[in-house]
Design a binder for this molecule. Sequence first.
Ligand code: HEM
Ligand SMILES: *[C@@H]1O[C@H](CO)[C@@H](O)[C@H](O)[C@H]1NC(C)=O
Ligand SMILES: *[C@@H]1O[C@H](CO)[C@@H](O)[C@H](O)[C@H]1NC(C)=O
Ligand SMILES: *[C@@H]1O[C@H](CO)[C@@H](O)[C@H](O)[C@H]1NC(C)=O
Ligand SMILES: *[C@@H]1O[C@H](CO)[C@@H](O)[C@H](O)[C@H]1NC(C)=O
Ligand SMILES: *[C@@H]1O[C@H](CO)[C@@H](O)[C@H](O)[C@H]1NC(C)=O
Ligand SMILES: *[C@@H]1O[C@H](CO)[C@@H](O)[C@H](O)[C@H]1NC(C)=O
Length: 327
Amino acid sequence: MESIPHKHHVVFLLLLLFPSPLVFCQLDYKFYQYTCPNLTNIVRYGVLSAIANDTRIAASLLRLHFHDCFVNGCDGSLLLDDTNTFKGEKNALPNRNSVRGYEVIDTIKSSLEKVCPSTVSCADIVTLVAREAVYLTGGQFWLVPLGRRDGTTANETAANEQLPSPFESLENITAKFTSKNLDMKDVVVLSGAHTIGFAQCFTFKPRLFNFAGSGKSDPTLDPSLLENLQRVCPNQDDSDTKLAPLDPQTTNKFDNIYYRNLVNKSGLLQSDQALIGDNRTASLVDYYSKYPFLFLKDFGVSMVKMANIGVLTGQNGEIRKNCRRVN
Ligand code: HEM
Ligand SMILES: *[C@@H]1O[C@H](CO)[C@@H](O)[C@H](O)[C@H]1NC(C)=O
Ligand SMILES: *[C@@H]1O[C@H](CO)[C@@H](O)[C@H](O)[C@H]1NC(C)=O
Ligand SMILES: *[C@@H]1O[C@H](CO)[C@@H](O)[C@H](O)[C@H]1NC(C)=O
Ligand SMILES: *[C@@H]1O[C@H](CO)[C@@H](O)[C@H](O)[C@H]1NC(C)=O
Ligand SMILES: *[C@@H]1O[C@H](CO)[C@@H](O)[C@H](O)[C@H]1NC(C)=O
Ligand SMILES: *[C@@H]1O[C@H](CO)[C@@H](O)[C@H](O)[C@H]1NC(C)=O
């Protein structure tokens, strides 16, 4: 009866064969291919210059992306300054006096506005910057699907409630990841980001002097590391903001030593060391401690997953001109 397919069927078939980001509102590796062809170089140069000025900034930029994605999705909401109508995320407890790198994003954004004005979202810049931060510190390169749009609001309460704390149980941290469509493997893989950067003493001090209210130190902390940390972070409030490296062996190098540290009872945060204290995650930690290349590869895969959280595409959101405020 219907030997010739109906016109709509042909269109539908073509859509199946050639899925277009405009039709399905998905991210696309070549999103800015024609509209901002030099995007990758400009971002890489911006991150490279920032690292030349301050080695730690690579770690800070990687964390900035994580804290953006976990609140309102990867929509650049973390970059918004407070306004009369909403309180931004910058002053939420996990971010205040802790997240760094906003100026680096501003500098890259203004370079981009000169060559492709109102084209590249702040959310995509943050995502690409995180990839470059890993790549330029020795990690593996991965391709980033693009086309995120910028959110028009931020949520301080959500930042306080949804970002994981280093004092939380693995159970609770996993629940926070699961609610973002990530799983327990992603917790292990993405925690590997703690192979670079620093933490303030208050984020692990209870382990040094009063672990779980015991009046003693954490028995899962290596004694010689404990001694070093007690020197950096003496048991008084004015040491709270002093810094210790998350991976003292290779602080600025993106490698798998983080996992080898965990095997050696040398994780800095309680939430790091907990990964080897639970038999659902310990075997993966052990595996990454032995196979650096497999960690670096899996890290890229989990980063792409994280970078997909709650993205705005198509006509949603906007392309900000200035990452600090909505247009
Ligand atoms: C699994 C749950 C996580 C917890 C509980 C956690 C907690 C923390 C804490 C407390 C700090 C120190 C902050 C400060 O002292 O100001 C920190 C630093 C850092 N975090 Fe995490 N984090 C987690 C996951 C992640 C993820 C998923 C990433 C990225 C993919 C990441 C990347 C970093 C980096 C690179 C630093 C060093 C930042 C710098 O030196 O400026 N973290 N994290
Ligand atoms: C692309 O950007 C880089 C970094 O800013 C710059 O050095 C290079 O000249 C640019 N290339 C083109 C073709 O504009
Ligand atoms: C260099 O790094 C320091 C420390 O993070 C920062 O205060 C300063 O603004 C940076 N300068 C430039 C030009 O990026
Ligand atoms: C902010 O997030 C909280 C919970 O995380 C939610 O209850 C609240 O409705 C959000 N506020 C806005 C304005 O979206
Ligand atoms: C885990 O989450 C529950 C429910 O939010 C909370 O009551 C509990 O204190 C948390 N436990 C830890 C160790 O963070
Ligand atoms: C872990 O401990 C083993 C045995 O003590 C040692 O050979 C190795 O160098 C340590 N690894 C790290 C990263 O400290
Ligand atoms: C894993 O740990 C749970 C709870 O501690 C225990 O019941 C279970 O037997 C353990 N499984 C293995 C394979 O060790």
